[in-house]
Design a protein around this ligand. Structure first.
Ligand code: ATP
Ligand code: MG
Length: 376
């Protein structure tokens, strides 16, 4: 599937436009602050119905305006694949109403419409996946698995609900029966969330090592899933995880009572990235260089690409926002080479200069963007 056309109204600084997108993709060239990232943000919005920059919907409305609207027509690349939908999202800042439709039908829950575009976005800000706190990595896992594992979003929502109820009871020093009443649903939904995360990493941890090594010219690396539930990575079923979680919860009673919050569970999970050069494993968050962290972040996005392929059975649309920023010559050449080999679908990439576009042997169509006006 690929993005065939995109219509934007009232979105950020972008001048209202209707664009036909070439099937192979396009390189979008523009100086800083012209609207390149805004354009990719609009496309990615239709995948998750929120801004990847964690902006609130009202911030996406053009200054002085009230409403934005994004319409995308997808097209099938042929074969008997899934049908190609039209997806729209509109937001009205006056009423704070968001409306999402798929093929003209308004969806009741956003969860029913996410993941239809099949886009994977790479941005320089991805480095924060490595450098920021663990909540950033949990958010990555949550968004990525909500899009790619069928029951994940439902489990996560149940878990969050139960966790907040249980934490409220602990905070209020409610009697232990009241807190305990939340244990079973917490353990069940929490085990489902942890199981999906662990399963994903088991499936793709090796690919992380492979890709990182390739971009770093032979330096090995690995990624570890650390959970407050012991040995999650070695468990063979969600029931085994639940059993372990139940035991860990029982053991944590005293700590919970003194901290007045739930201390064990997927809300405490962490992913850690290690660079294995020169003998010792080095935690990239604490000791990595800018380029090494950027490489790890990029590699994580490549795993997302692989996930869409395997789990959704389709080639993702790649949105590459200035991805070569801050990589040295060798590294960016190897990234390019890797992308050229592993990416088969449509690619929309942005760059400040024409000379930064060296993707697909320069065959991509060019658009320019200036003060929000796209010249296709
Ligand atoms: P860079 O190369 O620096 O990353 P860019 O082309 O990606 O630049 P964008 O992040 O897309 O630039 O932003 C372009 C402009 O959009 C900024 O000048 C910003 O002030 C403007 N902008 C952001 N939000 C809105 C909005 N809601 N309404 C109007 N303009 C906005
Ligand atoms: Mg930008």
């Amino acid at each position: 599937m690929y993005l065939r056309s995109l219509t934007l109204t009232g979105f950020r600084n972008l001048v209202d436009t209707a664009l036909e997108v070439p099937r192979e993709g396009v390189a979008i060239i523009g100086r800083n602050a012209q609207g390149k990232t805004n354009l990719l943000e609009a496309i990615q919005y239709l995948e998750t119905f929120r801004s990847f920059r964690a902006a609130r919907d009202e911030q996406l409305v053009r200054f002085g305006g009230n409403v934005f609207r994004i319409v995308a027509d997808l097209a099938s690349t042929g074969g008997g694949g899934p049908r190609a939908p039209r997806i729209t999202a509109a937001y009205d800042a006056g009423t704070r109403a968001k409306k999402v439709t798929v093929d003209g039908e308004e969806v009741e829950r956003l969860g029913d419409a996410i993941g239809r575009v099949g886009a994977v976005l790479f941005t320089p800000e991805d480095v924060r996946l490595i450098t920021d706190g663990p909540q950033e990595r949990r958010r990555f896992l949550d968004v990525m698995l909500s899009l790619n594992a069928s029951e994940y979003l439902a489990s996560l929502q149940r878990f969050r609900h139960v966790l907040s109820q249980r934490n409220a009871a602990l905070r209020d020093r409610a009697p232990s029966e009241v807190v305990g009443a939340w244990d079973q649903p917490l353990v069940q939904s929490g085990a489902e969330v942890s199981w999906e995360r662990a399963t994903w990493l088991r499936e793709l941890g090796g690919t992380f090592a492979e890709r990182y090594r390739e971009i770093s010219d032979g330096v090995p690396a690995h990624v570890v899933y650390e959970s407050s539930i012991p040995d999650v990575a070695e468990k063979k079923s969600v029931d085994e995880v639940a059993q372990e979680y139940r035991d860990a919860l029982l053991r944590s009673r005293e700590r919970e009572a003194s901290r007045r919050t739930t201390v064990v569970g997927p809300h405490r999970d962490e992913l850690r990235f290690f660079h294995d050069g020169d003998g010792d494993a080095m935690d990239l968050r604490d000791f990595g260089s800018g380029g090494q962290r950027r490489t790890a972040a990029l590699t994580l996005r490549l795993l997302e690409v692989e996930t869409v392929r395997r789990r959704r059975g389709r080639e993702p649309i790649l949105l590459l926002d200035d991805v070569f920023a801050e990589l040295d010559e060798g590294r960016s050449a190897r990234v390019l080479d890797l992308l050229d080999r592993v990416v088969r679908g449509q690619v929309l990439l942005t760059a400040p200069k024409e000379s930064d576009v060296r993707f697909r042997g320069d065959t991509l169509a060019r658009w320019t963007i200036e003060q929000g006006r796209v010249d296709a």
